[in-house]
Design a protein around this ligand. Structure first.
Ligand code: ATP
Ligand code: MG
Length: 425
């Protein structure tokens, strides 16, 4: 796909003072690496520079000299510290001039929001002479393309959401056109919850150890794992992927919750939607984490009726009807209280299901019998109330996240095991 038929070489240049200052991690580069690699590019280098136009121009010139493609992110905004347009003009040795198409795009976006662009927004239509416009329907700054010698350059905004949306909508089509490439590799992520990385690794060891494709890699997140299978995006590669996924699914069940880019909260929400069921959530140590996760998914309003952060014992009594005697006898972090919280929540919200979580997130508050990380999760339904004990490791944040994820998983498994699709029973 490169000039000599070998893979095209690509590098990424991420611009932003916050990136080199360590105030923000460079997730844009990670995203672009994955997308470009999938298209068959060989990634040579990922570089970060601050907001200095001279530094950006120098980095761009160097990268352009030894790559077929450089993708830039960041610095396309309307403010003085947004120097990417200027830097690209500098590197190309051309003037900045207003692009009619670029200005149209800025105006169109503002009109859609019922606003008029300010004079500083006019800067966003300034592009190096000879640049092509990459339409940005997701924010105000248009991206652009440019040739630096034999190297093609594409510049995208820094806001991750905009950058990602533009990559799918305009960058990938432009790359397919400019490089006569095609998707060379396909990634299939398997999403797993409730298994330690080491245990998951043991279960899929034959595939991880094998030198044969597909390649298999595990990434551990706070509470879930992603096992990514990668193979060639041709018929033989897809057959191998399908076969490996089928075999691995059997080893990972029931912890495998999705194949694809699906978050656990999305998976749970979809199950509830498909079954026409509603939910209430009573949270103590997770402090609203479960509701925050669920409400981040579009469509949550159809299933999530109510959430309650009942942190103090008094709140558990008043809001959820937990019996004072139960609290005194067993303590707030106990099976009995978790069950009572879930049942109280379900009554209160008049929902089909209710989840409850109570635990010791630390760093203080642990005892010999209830050490830091002790968490009880309960799930109440019309059928029964189930309760689960966990002992999580990690710091306060990790314990809270894991407790929230495992609570969602309890509900997921309840829905899969005891609910018939589509019916109210
Ligand atoms: P804007 O119009 O918002 O100014 P921009 O194209 O100028 O967009 P920046 O100002 O560089 O982009 O960054 C906008 C936001 O995106 C900032 O919050 C920044 O921290 C974030 N951001 C920029 N680059 C990256 C990156 N490589 N990875 C993750 N986040 C980034
Ligand atoms: Mg900016």
């Amino acid at each position: 796909m490169g000039s000599s038929g070998s893979p095209a070489k690509a590098s990424i240049l991420a611009c932003g003072e916050e990136l080199i200052g360590g105030r923000r991690s460079d997730t844009n580069s990670t995203f672009l690496q994955q997308r470009l690699r999938r298209l068959g590019f060989t990634i040579r280098e990922c570089r970060q520079v601050g907001d200095d136009a001279g530094d950006i121009a120098a980095a761009l010139r160097e990268l352009a000299a030894r790559n077929d493609l450089v993708v830039i992110t960041g610095g396309l905004g309307p403010t003085e510290d947004d120097r990417t347009r200027e830097a690209a003009a500098l590197a190309a040795g051309v003037a900045l001039e207003e692009s009619a198409l670029g200005w149209e795009q800025v105006q169109r976006i503002f009109a859609r929001a019922g606003r008029t662009p300010s004079p500083s927004n006019r800067r966003q239509a300034l592009l190096p002479r000879g640049a092509g416009v990459l339409a940005n329907d997701f924010g105000s700054a248009p991206g652009f393309t440019l040739s630096l010698g034999a190297c093609r350059v594409a510049a995208l905004p820094g806001v991750p959401r905009e950058m990602q949306a533009m990559t799918e909508a305009v960058l990938l089509p432009w790359l397919l056109e400019s490089f006569e490439t095609h998707s060379a590799f396909e990634d299939r992520p398997l999403q797993v919850v409730g298994l330690a990385e080491s245990v998951a690794g043991e279960r899929i060891a034959p595939w991880m150890a094998s030198p044969e494709p597909p390649a298999v890699a595990i990434t551990a997140h706070e509470a879930t794992l992603t096992i990514t299978l990668t193979d060639r995006a041709d018929a033989a590669g897809r057959r191998r992927l399908d076969a490996a996924i089928e075999a691995m699914s059997a080893r990972l069940a029931p912890h495998l919750f999705a194949v694809g880019e699906t978050r656990l909260e999305e998976c749970v929400l979809r199950l509830l939607l498909a079954r026409g069921r509603t939910l209430g959530v009573a949270e103590s140590c997770t402090g609203g984490e479960i509701c925050a996760a669920l409400t981040s998914v579009a469509g949550a309003s159809a299933v999530l009726l109510e959430g309650c952060v009942a942190y103090a014992n008094q709140a558990k009594i008043v809001r959820l009807g937990v019996d004072q005697g139960t609290l005194e006898r067993h303590g707030a972090v106990s099976e009995e209280v978790a069950r009572a919280m879930a049942e109280g929540m379900r009554r209160q919200a008049r929902s089909d299901y209710a989840l409850a979580v109570t635990g010791v997130a630390g760093p203080g508050g642990g005892t010999e019998h209830k050490p830091v990380g002790t968490v009880w999760i309960a799930c109440a339904s019309g059928r029964a109330t189930s309760a689960f004990h966990h002992r999580f490791l990690g710091d306060r944040e990790a314990i809270r996240r894991r407790a929230a994820a495992l609570a969602l998983d309890v509900l997921r498994r309840e829905l899969l095991e005891h609910e018939v699709l589509g019916g109210r029973g």
